[in-house]
Design a protein around this ligand. Structure first.
Ligand code: PTJ
Length: 258
């Protein structure tokens, strides 16, 4: 007699996913993205982006590489050195790590700004409300009075007192065009992306090649650890990070499985 399957194919509630399951994190991620789609915060393209990310995560061994951990520490130091840090969030980030983003922003004193590839007023408002439900006091992105030069109108729209004036921006799961345009504005860019070959990762000052589910809490943990460090210590952490070596280490891990 066959045993009952341990994991429902389509759990209604994420607490139904057993933590002991070997692919727990992947199932949890899928569940959150599906729920995000149902709530109208994640786009249908977001499902495809998630599938692409998952494939890279599988090849990376669904773990945080030592090089990704170093990147997360450098990101935390860079945030603590910033005057106007911003965490840019889209429909996938909102679905996957809303509470974790709110916590990170609080620890490093960053603003949260909704910035969408497929921008609609309705989805902007839903995502902002979703972050407020998860504890964000204010969420930027709806003023839409600023601009990223070099992009078409919808994708260029930002808040003047948010991303436009930011010195350090975390852009997770970003498309390459916008990551490049932000870097061209002179911003110090921290990217979270599972693909070390993506243009966003290649453009970033600090590319974190890791699943956002692991990366955001890891940056927060490093920020807590580094809080209270003097400027010289923080600068040393940032300057000793080698982005090219980190990208190469991730590519090597994908190619060799080590
Ligand atoms: O909500 P919107 O309208 O802003 O749209 C968001 C998406 C993600 C649909 C949009 O930005 C997009 O199409 O992105 P791309 O060009 O597919 O790039 C997404 C990148 O994120 C890819 O390189 C994926 O490998 C990576 N990625 C996907 N899921 C994860 C991830 N990286 C880290 N963690 C993940 N869970």
């Amino acid at each position: 007699m066959s045993e009952e399957p341990q994991v429902p194919a389509d759990p209604d509630d994420e607490t139904e996913i057993p933590e002991s399951h070997p692919r727990y994190e992947s199932l949890l991620t899928r569940h959150r993205i599906e729920a995000g789609l149902e709530k109208g915060i994640t786009s249908r393209q977001g499902l495809i982006a998630q599938g692409r990310g998952e494939a890279y995560d599988y090849l990376l061994g669904e773990r945080t590489l030592p090089s990704a951990d170093e990147a997360a520490r450098a990101a935390a130091a860079q945030f603590l050195l910033a005057d106007h840090p911003v965490v840019s969030v889209n429909g996938n980030v909102a679905a996957l790590v809303p509470g974790e983003v709110v916590e990170l922003a609080a620890v490093v004193g960053a603003d949260i700004e909704v910035n969408l590839f497929n921008r609609t007023r309705e989805r902007m408002e839903r995502i902002a409300a979703h972050f407020r439900e998860h504890g964000a006091e204010s969420v930027k992105g709806l003023a839409a009075d600023g601009e990223i030069p070099g992009l078409d109108h919808a994708r260029a729209t930002v808040d003047a007192d948010g991303i436009e004036r930011a010195d350090v921006v975390l852009v997770p799961l970003e498309d390459g065009d916008r990551a490049e345009a932000l870097a061209d504005m002179g911003k110090t860019e921290i990217v979270v992306d599972l693909n070390p070959l993506s243009r966003s990762a290649q453009t970033a000052a600090i590319p974190i090649i890791d699943n956002i589910i692991r990366a955001v809490p890891n940056v927060t943990a490093h920020a807590r650890d580094l809080q209270g460090s003097d400027e010289t210590t923080l600068r040393t952490v940032v300057e000793s990070f080698d982005s090219e070596a980190a990208l190469a280490a991730a590519e090597e891990a994908i190619r060799t499985g080590r």
